[in-house]
Design a protein. Structure first.
Length: 472
């Protein structure tokens, strides 16, 4: 069965759309065409989307197939694996336990992990929540994805490794840190973290969300896929225990995440104080801030605040984005490894609110001053460790060797670049790594391995204060 033939049928449950308004109907028609185009371009078998304006669902539907072999259409009830979107629930549970007085985010984690003494002495709970602990990434080489591990075995593997950096010195994404948070929840409560999430969050909100179990009969469960030489294949097998860790091993639907979005709107679960902490950029030891909170990415889109997170795991890619200024939430779940639901969510937001049109979809470059050094040349200098004078001191300190190497690999896959121009920062103050950004510039790269969009933040002196890049 070819993917083109599969995608010839864009099927869904009846969409849940607000009362017919001409402009809104046109926007949703444009959204449907955009999603269909992206699914075909990226060869995504199935995808589900929910869009909320405040508490009101504008759209909740599926496209394509949840299961290609059985020709089961995707819908708003299709169950996907969460990937790292699940981290926000782990973080919320920790925040709620703190509200109950069971722990504090300033606690040293050796209080519960005495086996970590000597290595983890300086790590606090907040370091795990914000990826600033220095604990090495276990998915790199520490574990065999086809072997079962107990929580205690994973903790022992982690404590046996030296830290990558002193806690709080810098930021480095760590699935290990969130797996340790799951173990922490058990040691604090005496219960499996999934059961704690069920009691504190999922059951009160009426969500079907739960920890993955491939043994259980799970109705509406999607199959996960990957592309191998442009052919759709089933996801690779992972041991059952590694599908239960707190770094992102949940089943959920777009309807579940819509309920979560409404709860966040009302700051019910967790409460306002915990959410304020979760949505505050982490402050490093040198005083600079990074756009990440407790399980949430705190970036921006075209100068407007965006709170969200992507996820990727075992043949699934997921994303949730919230735009507080526009009272807008966009949720996209896909069943293909390497799909870009985060970029699709950004594109949908740009259809509904033109001010949010993401840079990768700009048809013509923005007008305005351009950086003295083109973005590709700047990135090459950063990858080579030769960016002195071109970036702020905070950004230069932030560039760890592993980050430079990863950037170099990304640049090697880009064959051509297009400058997309710059725009001034006007809607909100953007201050990363100890320096204010007054301009945001964009570039788009293309190569055989895919497409990349780069966003660079500059101060008045044209020194880069921060940059990020993602596939689309």
């Amino acid at each position: 069965m070819t993917l083109a033939r599969a995608l010839a049928v864009l099927v869904c449950a009846a969409p849940w759309v607000s009362p017919p308004i001409a402009a809104q109907t046109a926007q949703l028609d444009s959204t449907n065409r955009y999603i269909a185009s992206e699914m075909q371009r990226q060869q995504i078998p199935g995808l589900s989307v929910a869009i909320l304006r405040g508490d009101r669902i504008l759209l909740a539907r599926g496209y394509g197939f949840a299961n290609l072999e059985l020709r089961v259409p995707a819908s708003d009830s299709t169950i996907y694996q969460s990937g790292s979107v699940g981290k926000q629930f782990t973080a919320a549970a920790v925040g709620m336990l703190a509200q109950q007085g069971r722990l504090t985010i300033e606690d040293r984690i050796t209080k519960w992990f005495p086996e970590g003494k000597g290595v983890w002495d300086s790590i606090r709970v907040r370091h795990l929540l914000t990826h600033t602990s220095g604990i090495p990434e276990y998915t790199d080489s520490l574990i065999d994805l086809r072997k079962d591990y107990t929580e205690d075995e994973l903790v022992s593997l982690a404590t046996a490794q030296p830290l990558d950096f002193p806690p709080g010195d810098t930021w480095s994404y760590s699935n290990t840190g969130y797996a340790v948070l799951g173990a922490l929840i058990r040691r604090v409560t005496g219960r499996f973290y999934g059961d704690v999430l069920q009691q504190l969050i999922f059951a009160p909100l009426g969500m079907q969300t739960r920890v993955i179990s491939e043994a259980d009969i799970t109705f509406n469960r999607a199959a996960g896929y990957r592309l191998v030489e442009q052919q759709i294949k089933n996801q690779e097998w992972v041991s059952p225990s590694l599908n239960t860790t707190a770094d992102g091993a949940l089943y959920f639907t777009v309807n579940d995440l819509a309920k979560w979005a409404v709860a966040l709107n009302h700051r019910r679960l967790p409460d306002a104080r915990a959410l304020d902490a979760a949505w505050t950029p982490v402050r490093l030891n040198d005083g600079g801030t990074v756009p990440y909170g407790n399980g949430w990415d705190l970036s921006e889109q075209r100068g407007h605040r965006r709170i969200g997170h992507p996820g990727a795991w075992q043949g699934f890619e997921t994303a949730i984005h919230r735009y507080p200024e526009f009272d807008l939430s966009v949720i996209v779940l896909a069943n293909l490894n390497g799909a870009t639901p985060s970029a699709i969510a950004q594109g949908i937001a740009g259809i509904l609110e033109p001010a949010l049109q993401p840079p990768q979809l700009l048809e013509t470059p923005l007008r305005g001053a351009t950086p003295p050094v083109p973005i590709p040349a700047l990135l090459q200098r950063v990858a080579a460790g030769d960016e002195a004078g071109m970036v702020t001191p905070g950004l230069q300190r932030f560039q760890r060797p592993a980050a430079r190497q990863e950037l170099g690999r990304v640049l090697q896959q880009v064959d051509s670049w297009k400058a997309l121009g710059c725009e001034p920062v006007v809607k909100q103050r953007i201050r990363w790594l100890g320096a204010d950004a007054t301009r945001i510039c964009y570039a788009r790269g293309a190569g055989k391995a895919g497409r990349t969009v780069v966003t660079v933040y500059y101060g008045d002196d044209w020194r880069a204060t921060y940059f990020d890049y993602e596939s689309y």
